[in-house]
Write a protein that binds this ligand. Structure first.
Ligand code: NDP
Ligand code: 2IT
Length: 443
């Protein structure tokens, strides 16, 4: 039955490779559930689970600083609202297309369920490339994008946030335009807002910090500790930098990170203040970090950050960035754990190789759920018109990440797959979404 459902997904969504990959990974975890809980796994439920509730594609025209008009494409895929309003980020990157947004929205549905918060799954974005654009150009783009998107979202309907290429600056422009068009200060319509206007403390840090909490929990099961370990992260954006910060605070040495141009090795440990200045404030290339850091750091143009030996690898850049060859290099260098900060950064072949080598592996839908969980905490604060302290918010985040780890670990054991966090996350996420769908009838 699962093969038939997958074949149907392939036929219906031709050429959408990332979406196929994400669906396949979940379906591959389900045979044990079909066996034990046939009532939950009827074909209709699985068919509906693999089909987005709604997909919106729209034109986004905007004018650059020279007066030239550009036309980009905007997307919002509202995948599943059985647990709450659609929730998930917006990605601005030239590689964005319907396939990418669908795979992300599908993953988001299970991830959001695992947080235990009342949020459904969605994702959106555009093929707009913010790199090299002025603030004024980014603002005009965001305003045009929101002029259409506002018809589809709302605090009880669909609540976007940031993702690759969308941070506090973009959320500000998007929120401003939404407020202007609707004439409502509807704080809960977007998350990732500034703390002064409805945002939550610890939201920028949440994905990276949560990833490290999950990783530490996973290591603890094997009596290992991050303290003293060598860590490599890929990417140097929001997730990567905050993962590096939390890993360093846990006593690890973060020796390398990357961007789309190359990677930097800093044996004494990355200078995170400098990295934040270069990548988050100046929006410059990673090579500028090495130039300013001096003799301590070495920049390698192109190349592969996974060649740097480490105990823990945290892929935090983009999908399918860690392939089988990279996994074998990591294994050869004695890696103990790989935890996904990005969404689906590890190819299925690489995951298999890591599992066969008994390397701990944490899938993104569990390990990077701290970002969206804290978005749900932001919604909770907005609904009650309060602002929690950083400490309170981070404590809640830590609690949620430990809960997700426990759920995945316990579910994997219960279904006869001990230590398999992929199976644990997929099955636990599926049970939560599936049970709610079933209770709400055929819709
Ligand atoms: P950012 O835009 O802040 O940073 C992305 C980083 O990844 C940059 O360093 C970028 O390099 C690098 N990168 C992007 N695409 C590529 C590529 N094709 N090849 C190599 N490097 C690349 O994004 P985030 O940190 O927010 O997101 C990173 C990942 O984490 C994504 O997969 C996202 O979906 C996921 N995620 C994000 C969450 C969040 O709260 N923001 C929550 C959960 C998951 P460069 O600077 O050169 O562009
Ligand atoms: O992939 C993700 O979980 C995110 N980009 C965060 C989504 C959110 O709504 O905070």
């Amino acid at each position: 039955m699962l093969e038939e459902i997958y074949a149907h997904v392939l036929r219906r969504n031709p050429g959408e490779r990332e979406f196929h990959q994400a669906v396949r990974e979940v379906l591959e975890s389900l045979p044990v559930v079909v066996e034990r809980r046939p009532e939950l796994c009827d074909g209709s439920l699985l068919d509906r689970l693999c089909e987005p509730e709604r997909q919106v594609i729209f034109r986004v025209p905007w004018t650059d600083d020279e007066g030239r008009v550009h036309v980009n494409r905007g997307f919002r895929v509202e995948f599943n609202s059985a647990l709450g309003p659609y929730k998930g980020g917006l990605r601005f990157h030239p590689t964005v297309n319907l396939d990418i947004v669908k795979f992300l929205a599908f993953e988001q549905t299970f991830k959001n369920a695992l947080t235990g918060m009342p949020i459904g799954g969605g994702k959106g974005g555009s093929d707009f490339d913010p790199k090299g654009r002025s603030d004024a150009e980014v603002m005009r783009f965001c305003q045009s994008f929101m002029t259409e998107l506002q018809r589809h979202i709302g605090e009880h309907t669909d609540v976007p946030a940031g993702d690759t290429g969308v941070g506090a600056r973009e959320i500000g422009y998007l929120f401003g335009q939404y407020r202007r068009i609707t004439n409502r200060f509807e704080a809960g319509v977007l998350t990732g807002k500034g703390v002064g206007w409805g945002g939550s403390h610890a939201r920028p840090e949440a994905t990276g910090y949560g990833l490290v909490v999950f990783t530490a929990e996973m290591l603890r099961v094997r009596d290992l500790d991050l303290d003293g370990m060598r860590v490599v992260v890929s990417g140097s954006g929001n997730v990567a930098i905050h993962a590096a910060e939390k890993a360093a605070a846990s006593g690890a040495t973060v020796v390398a990170c990357s961007d789309s141009g190359g990677y930097v090795v800093d044996e004494g440990g990355l200078d995170l203040d400098l990295l934040k200045q270069v990548k988050l404030t100046d929006r410059a290339r990673l090579s500028a970090y090495a130039e300013q850091r001096g003799a301590d750091a070495e920049y390698r143009e192109g190349g592969r950050v996974w060649d740097v030996a480490c105990d823990v690898a945290l892929p935090c850049a983009t999908q399918n960035e860690l392939d089988e060859d990279a996994a074998r290099t990591l294994i050869g260098n004695g890696v103990r754990a790989v935890a996904e900060g990005a969404n689906m950064p590890t190819t299925p072949e690489a995951v298999r190789a890591l599992r066969e080598a008994d390397v701990l592996f944490a899938p993104g839908k569990a390990a990077n759920a701290g970002g969206v969980a804290t978005s749900a905490l932001e919604m909770q604060q907005n609904a009650s018109r309060t602002l929690w302290t950083f400490e309170k918010t981070e404590d809640r985040l830590t609690e949620i990440m430990k809960h997700i780890h426990h759920t995945c670990h316990e579910t994997a054991e219960r279904y006869g797959r001990p230590g398999d966090y992929v199976a644990g996350a997929n099955i636990a996420g599926f049970e939560l979404v599936g049970e709610s769908m079933q209770a709400q009838g055929i819709i």
